[in-house]
Each structure stands twice: as structure tokens, then as C-alpha cells.
Write a protein that binds this ligand. Structure first.
Ligand code: PLP
Length: 461
């Protein structure tokens, strides 16, 4: 079947589009098979659905990449982008101001927890994390503590793909064949499923908090600059730490004068039913919050870093003469990205999207939890509108590649039935657009169940 995008004037069929795509080096590219892939070509999006180049309509389980929070085909965002681009496509943020960027800063400050009312705009999540880590270095240098350099992050965490943000990411297989920055300490993931049989959640939480404290003590608090943590480890498989963990980790950081960055690139903008989850969901006011993705619902690439006024006051009051933070991008504060973000936030407010997520999340959790009855599912985790279904075909004989093959086959089965899911190792991770309805959640859960049963049958399980 042929595919036509009138605005681009082509009429290429799927095979031709896939051939073109083979000149594209994708993220996480497998250079063993480069040039031979046949990737699904996504042509259009409508609400919670995407449509491929053969006209197949699929519910978008991952919302693009945890990002199309307001859903596809939002005319208001598109108009805001077009109007801003026509009026002023770009101007340098280095020494000039633009109105949409200023208005967005004001809007974000309204939602910011505590005194995190200063915003540094970036091109996406990785650059926000990179900026936050560099700001932590800058802060300690300005305060005359040049040894305070070490960064503590967690195994299973994901923070991006610049040199520094990739270095603090803790998905260990992603580090193969790549060099990493120094001064990084990775502590174990706060993943309750991994606790030994018989250990209570409280004892597990104590252990994970103690691991952070011990890491600080071993390195020497005078050498540790910052701890970076996603409130819920998203790409690591929706790992939900035990209750109270985030608050206790923040307390440990405060005790040793270690800064705390809450990476809300995924959890921000409604995913957990709040604009920012740090304070409202987890009771913490960190020193910095990083954001991206849902900020523009993916309509424009944009990220940001909220910085506490306290840190800025400390730098102002420090004895250092040279107070320039020499870090910035051509697109730090892009007027078109800011216009998209403002229109996006406007939709959240007009349509009460945060309330919708809070209302529907228990149903999402309930329906997906049914998958837990299957013998191949070791755990179903969910919070807000994000969920992870972990597959373990035989806990007696662990085999990661067997379980990964199962999850990837599940992906194919679900796709045939009109549901896109995202396999991550042996897990299937979901984070649909926030506008999802009960009927669409039913479709997701029922399709996953059918897909699981089909793959189990294929494998004689
Ligand atoms: C928690 C978290 N931080 C940072 C990033 C990096 O964001 P980006 O891909 O926009 O650079 C991601 C991306 O998935 C993420 O999940």
C-alpha cells in the first residue's frame, strides 16, 4: 500500500520508506545489522493512536517515548508553534530575552516546589541533566570546595546520552564499548522485587538508604557533590522505590551537604498526576529538578533545569570573583519550544488532565495487575500512568536472553492486534498519553493478556 504525506509531496510505499530509513543511524543502533533493518514507519498520530505507513492504527502504549502526554493531533499546540515561528523563529538566548520563554519561566515557577523558581532551558532531557551536574560542579567550585566532585547515581537509572548524563546512567549493558566520565559512584537499584525472601519492605528501604549513606561516607562527604535520582526509575523498568525512600535519601544528602537532583524527565508533566511529582507525590523539595518530554508533549524538543534560589544565593554570596556559569546551548530557551510548552500546559489546565490521571490511575493499575496471574509474569508495577510488566519464564533457571526474547515476541503479537508496547529487557513498559480513557485501558490490558497467552502457547508454556 502506498503512503502519501501531502505536505512533503511524496508517495512512497513502506518498503521504500524503510530503505530510506536505513541511511538513518538510530539511537541504540545495532551496527551489526545496520542498513538491513525494517523498522515500523509511523506516519500519523491521533489522540492516543498512531497510524503506520500501511494504514494500521495502534494504541500508543509508550506515548512515543514517554513524551506525548497531551496526545497526538493537538491543533492548539500546532497553531502556537506556527504562530511563534512566523513571528520570531529564533533569537539568541545568550544575551537577549524573548517573550514566550519569559512567560514559560513564569508559568513553571507557579508549579515549582519550594524555592526552585529559576529555570535554565535546554534542548532535551540529557542536556538538562548535563547542565544540572555541571551546575553542581560550578556551585562547589564557586563556594571554594573544588574537591567536592563525586556524583552518586543508581544502577537501573537512566539520565541521558551526553557524555556526563550517560556516565551517571546505571543501565550497565549500555556502557559496553563506550567510555565513561570519572568520579561517578553507582549504588544498587531500590527495586523491591530484588529483596531476599522474607525481607520486609521497611528493612529493604533501610538497606537502600544505608547504601547511599555508606557511599557518601566511603568517598568522604567532602568529596561528594551530588546525588541524582529519578523518583521512579522509568527506563530501568518502572522501578518504584519503597515508601519514604526518596525523602530519607534527601535527608541523608542534607546531612552531608550533598546536592540532590530529582530527574523528572519522565515523572513530570502529569505522568504521576502532578506537574512535578517530587514534592506532591514523594514529599521532597530537591535542589534541582530536570524536565523535558512532557514539557512540550514531544511537539518540540525542549528541556529544562529548575534551580533552587538557595543555591543561587550561595553563589552570589561566595567569595569567588568569577561567577559565570559557562554552559549553554544555541537553543537554551527556544521561543518556538516555549510556545509549544505554554500551549501544552494550557491544555493540561483547561482539560484538568492532572485530575484525570489521578482519577484513572487506579483503574489502569487494577486492569494491568490481572497480568500478574500469568505464570510467566514475575511482577506488575504501576504508579500514575506508567507501568512495567516483568517477565520471568522460570525463576528456578534464570535466563535473561530467553526472557528478553519473550518480551520482544510479546511486542510483535500486541502490534498485530493494534497495541504498541515497549519491551525493555525482559519487561514491557507502558506510559500512554494521559488522555487515555477506561475503554482504551481495557483494550490495552485485554490485548496484553491475549498477547501473553499467544506467546506462552507458541512456547508451550
Ligand atoms: C529520566 C530521564 N532523564 C533523562 C533522559 C534523557 O532525555 P532526552 O532523551 O530528552 O535527552 C531520559 C530519556 O528517556 C529519561 O528517561
Amino acid at each position: 500500500m502506498s503512503s502519501t504525506i501531502p505536505s512533503q509531496g511524496h508517495n512512497l510505499d513502506t518498503e521504500a520508506l524503510q530503505r530510506l530509513d536505513n541511511k538513518v543511524v538510530h539511537p541504540w543502533e545495532n551496527f551489526g545489522g545496520i542498513g538491513t533493518h525494517k523498522r515500523l514507519v509511523i506516519e500519523r498520530g491521533e489522540g492516543v493512536h498512531v497510524i503506520d505507513s500501511d494504514g494500521n492504527r495502534m494504541l500508543d502504549g509508550p506515548a512515543g517515548m514517554w513524551c506525548v502526554n497531551a496526545g497526538y493531533g493537538r491543533r492548539e499546540i500546532v497553531n502556537a508553534i506556527a504562530e511563534q515561528a512566523m513571528e520570531l523563529a529564533y533569537y539568541s538566548p545568550f544575551s537577549n530575552a524573548t517573550s514566550s520563554v519569559g512567560l514559560l519561566a513564569e508559568k513553571l515557577a507557579e508549579y515549582a516546589p519550594g524555592d526552585l523558581t529559576n529555570i535554565y532551558f535546554t534542548c532535551g532531557g540529557s542536556t538538562a541533566v548535563d547542565g544540572a551536574l555541571r551546575f553542581a560542579q560550578f556551585y562547589n567550585n564557586a563556594l571554594g570546595r573544588p574537591n567536592k566532585k563525586k556524583i552518586i547515581a543508581r544502577i537501573g537509572g537512566y539520565h541521558g546520552s551526553t557524555f556526563l548524563s550517560a556516565s551517571v546512567s546505571g543501565k550497565l549493558s549500555d556502557k559496553t564499548n563506550l567510555d565513561m566520565a570519572e568520579n561517578i559512584i553507582l549504588i544498587p537499584a531500590p527495586k523491591p522485587l530484588l529483596r531476599p525472601a522474607g525481607m520486609s519492605l521497611e528493612a529493604f528501604c533501610d538497606e537502600k538508604v544505608a547504601e547511599l549513606e555508606n557511599a557518601i561516607l566511603e568517598a568522604g562527604p567532602e568529596n561528594v557533590a551530588v546525588h541524582i535520582a529519578e523518583p521512579v526509575l522509568a527506563s530501568g523498568g518502572v522501578i518504584i522505590p519503597p515508601e519514604g525512600y526518596q525523602k530519607r535519601c534527601l535527608d541523608v544528602c542534607r546531612k552531608y551537604d550533598v546536592l540532590y537532583i530529582s530527574d523528572e524527565v519522565v515523572t513530570g508533566f502529569g505522568r504521576l498526576g502532578e506537574m512535578f511529582a517530587s514534592e506532591k507525590v514523594f514529599g521532597i523539595v530537591p535542589d534541582m529538578i530536570t524536565m523535558a518530554k512532557g514539557l512540550t508533549s514531544g511537539y518540540q524538543p525542549m528541556g529544562g533545569l529548575m534551580i533552587s534560589q538557595r543555591l543561587i544565593d550561595d553563589i552570589k554570596a561566595s567569595g569567588t570573583d568569577y561567577k559565570w556559569f559557562s554552559n549553554g546551548f544555541t537553543y537554551s530557551g527556544h521561543p518556538v519550544g516555549a510556545a509549544a510548552a505554554l500551549a501544552n500546559i494550557d491544555i493540561f489546565e483547561r482539560e484538568n488532565l492532572l485530575e484525570h490521571v489521578r482519577d484513572i490511575a487506579p483503574y489502569f493499575a487494577e486492569r494491568l495487575s490481572e497480568l500478574g496471574q500469568l505464570p510467566v509474569v514475575s511482577e506488575v508495577r504501576s504508579i500514575g500512568l506508567m507501568a512495567g510488566v516483568e517477565c520471568d519464564l522460570d525463576p528456578e533457571t534464570p535466563d535473561e536472553s530467553r526472557d528478553m526474547a519473550f518480551a520482544s515476541e510479546l511486542d510483535k503479537q500486541c502490534m498485530k492486534m493494534g497495541l504498541l508496547v515497549r519491551p525493555v529487557y525482559n519487561m514491557c513498559v507502558m506510559s500512554p498519553p494521559l488522555t487515555i480513557t477506561r475503554e482504551q485501558i481495557d483494550f490495552m490490558a485485554d490485548t496484553l493478556m491475549k498477547g501473553m497467552r499467544a506467546v506462552m502457547e507458541q512456547r508451550g508454556l
